[in-house]
Ligand binder design. Structure first.
Ligand SMILES: [Zn+2]
Length: 208
């Protein structure tokens, strides 16, 4: 009976968090910390298919001692910086796991945040039309997307620390940290900003 229970628990935990696949390990290990990843593009048929797939959680208990995960994070940071992006999600380089980076315009001392197994746990009912969304996987297109003006989020960072916070900021000119989080979070569910196109109107402005 105990054996059956143990097997059952093991199966449950496998479903909750997935190890890297052979293909993902191949991608992660095809370069060192000084090597950028190739960013998948919607203009390529196979890339486009991958960008539409659902990602899965990783084991958050072994964040700090998973060398492949740490290499993935370092290479994602380099790839984002080299491309001049403000965020990047693992599926954009072919790794279908729930991890992304977002630039913190709200915290200049801690510019790039790593988010592992992120969740959006609360948001207002109202939405805004964010002007000028863009994506490293969708070259030469910038348009407006429907977003929440703020989100309450949870995630783990690269040191295994748990974060729960409210992200504000939806102005392209000032701070749009919450928008970046929402954009990158969508990637984990195969959603692209071009799925959320909107037209800004006079009444799209919300009061704080
Ligand atoms: Zn994107």
């Amino acid at each position: 009976m105990r054996t059956i229970t143990t097997i059952f628990i093991i199966i449950i935990s496998i479903q909750l968090s997935m190890a890297f696949t052979e293909r993902e390990l191949e991608i992660i290990r095809n370069g060192d910390t000084d090597t950028t990843f190739r960013v998948l593009l919607i203009t390529d048929a196979i890339d486009s298919f991958t960008l539409r797939m659902q990602s899965s959680d990783i084991n958050q208990d072994s964040i700090t001692n998973d060398e492949d995960l740490q290499l993935l994070i370092k290479r994602l940071i380099l790839t984002m910086n080299e491309a001049g992006g403000v965020g990047i999600a693992a599926p954009q380089v072919g790794v279908l796991k729930n991890i992304f980076l977002f630039v913190r315009f709200d915290n200049p001392e801690y510019p790039v945040q790593v988010a592992i197994n992120p969740r959006i746990v609360n948001h207002p009912n109202e939405t805004i039309c964010f002007e000028g969304d863009g994506c490293l996987s969708i070259p030469n297109i910038s348009t407006n997307s429907i977003r929440f003006p703020w989100v309450e989020v949870e995630y783990w960072d690269e040191n295994g620390n748990f974060h729960k916070e409210k992200l504000m900021g939806y102005s392209r000119e000032d701070d749009f940290t919450s928008i970046i989080f929402q954009h990158e979070f969508d990637h984990l569910n195969g959603i692209l900003f071009t799925d959320k196109i909107c037209t800004p109107s006079e009444d799209s402005e919300i009061e704080d």
